[in-house]
Design a protein. Sequence first.
Length: 185
Amino acid sequence: MPGGALSEAGLEASRPLDRRALARGVEMRSIYQDSARNDPATLAYARWLTGEGGQVRTTPLLPPRLLIFDRSTSLVPIDPTNSRLGALCTTAPGIVASLLTLFEQTWNSAVPLDADRPRPADSKPNTGELELLRLLASGMTDEAAGKRLGVSLRTVRRQMSALMERLNASSRFEAGLKAAQQGWL
């Protein structure tokens, strides 16, 4: 579920469908962007889904949205930036296997929804902070990095400010230099 927060209408429309699928014994694993943890409606839905027997994890970055059924059928948007244009449904073993591998790799690196995330002030940055540093170091603007991470511009600036404070840096350039010196980049 790339893109962070989901619409309340979409979440409510999904509840009865997901409930029926889970009641039939369907295993449902969903990965959201970490930014979904900051949206009360999306977080409530993810907790509800977990309570119903689904599994939910989060990660800073996700590939474009994809659905895989029974390890044999996959569904991907024709245009990842506009899902209203339709989707491609395929049972081609090579494509499905590649998408399944992508999902499993993402799943294995994602954090379970109920996992605690304690972090001492002097610790290494978490994966979301590292990804923000990498995106900004690659030349992305705050706006572009926020869009890629599924967070607001305000969140990007708040996270960068917190990183600068942890690094004892007075500028972003100095923060980038210190992050590289500490092996974060």
